[in-house]
Write a protein that binds this ligand. Structure first.
Ligand SMILES: Cc1cc2nc3c(=O)[nH]c(=O)nc-3n(C[C@H](O)[C@H](O)[C@H](O)COP(=O)(O)OP(=O)(O)OC[C@H]3O[C@@H](n4cnc5c(N)ncnc54)[C@H](O)[C@@H]3O)c2cc1C
Length: 277
């Protein structure tokens, strides 16, 4: 849709050219959300495309994802064979309610900054110990993904701050994983998306719950817990009234599938359950 209150588009090519932030400004990434509904409060867009950040970089510390990396670029990437968790990348990229047009324009950073409960890049980054690099006025700061996402459409970004990069550390990329996702319709927006990971070094287990809760929840255990211990921890950390309620799923149903998926993931990583196809 046309945003008919916009009077200017800035196209910086480097950090020094970023305009001084003013009320009415918005960063423009893929534009898939920005152009999907009226934005009467906006007068200027600051397009991030010409900053030309390398989309994906691999080094011996892990994976570095530019905020402007497109979902389609991430999905097409080939990762080292020792990165057992790499399968999560494709699973999460394919968990959008999205046409190919969205897929080829939407960015990883845009998905995080939207902070929707069903943000699959949020799930990926939260499950793999991701942390964000944020450009502040003249400096930068770092936050874990779980601290970055505060609630539905609420991130920790202050006015004028720019998400620059998401880093996934090597140790997380080497973890074994199990993934479960459900939506009300086959290609619908996720109502629950859960990821379990297990360390190949010390057996520690982490369950990440997204989409069924307003913000990502991470539960860490020294080892794979018993079914009862996992259920109790989930019930303690996500009480019945804290499940997310919107048109994509009733809270009671989201709770039911969350508890079921948690047990399936636990059992799969313990080697006693079937792998999802
Ligand atoms: C049909 C349709 C289906 C969708 N399905 C889903 C879905 O299943 N799950 C989901 O989570 N979302 C979904 N969305 C919402 C949206 O398209 C995605 O979240 C997408 O990833 C946003 O990325 P973008 O690059 O297009 O962001 P944009 O639309 O460009 O920006 C989104 C917001 O983030 C801000 N922003 C973008 N990049 C940065 C940055 N680097 N630093 C600071 N702020 C920034 C923008 O100013 C804006 O407020 C859908 C949208 C549509 C239209």
């Amino acid at each position: 849709m046309d945003l008919n209150t916009i009077t200017e588009i800035a196209r910086p090519r480097q950090r020094a050219q970023l305009p001084v932030w003013q009320p009415g400004d918005a960063w423009l990434a893929g534009g898939t959300w920005l152009f999907s509904e009226p934005q009467p409060q906006l007068t200027r867009l600051v397009d991030l495309a010409d900053l030309c950040w390398p989309a994906l970089e691999i080094d011996d510390t892990g994976l570095h994802i530019a905020a402007t990396c497109k979902i389609s670029e991430l999905d097409a990437m080939t990762f080292p064979s020792t990165w057992a968790a790499a399968s999560l990348v494709n699973q999460c990229c394919r968990s959008f309610l999205a046409s190919f047009k969205i897929w080829n324009a939407a960015t990883v950073g845009g998905n995080l900054c939207m902070a929707l409960p069903a943000g699959p890049m949020i799930a990926l980054a939260a499950a793999l110990d991701g942390f964000c690099t944020i450009w502040t006025q003249g400096g930068e700061r770092h936050l874990s993904i779980t601290d970055f996402i505060l609630g539905p459409q609420r991130s920790a970004l202050k006015p004028g701050e720019l998400l620059r990069r998401i880093d996934l550390p090597l140790a997380a990329l080497r973890r074994r994983t199990s993934f479960r996702q459900i939506a009300l319709s086959p290609l619908g927006r996720s109502a629950a998306l859960l990821i379990g990971t297990q360390s190949p070094d010390n057996g520690s287990f982490v369950l990440t719950v997204t989409a069924s809760t307003p913000r990502p929840i991470r539960l860490s255990f020294a080892n794979i817990p018993t079914p009862a211990a996992l259920r109790k921890r989930l019930e303690d950390e996500v009480p019945r009234e804290n499940y997310y309620d919107d048109v994509h799923g009733a809270p009671e149903w989201r709770r039911h599938v969350t508890l079921q998926f948690a047990e399936e993931i636990r059992s799969e990583l313990a080697g006693t359950g079937a792998r999802a196809t």
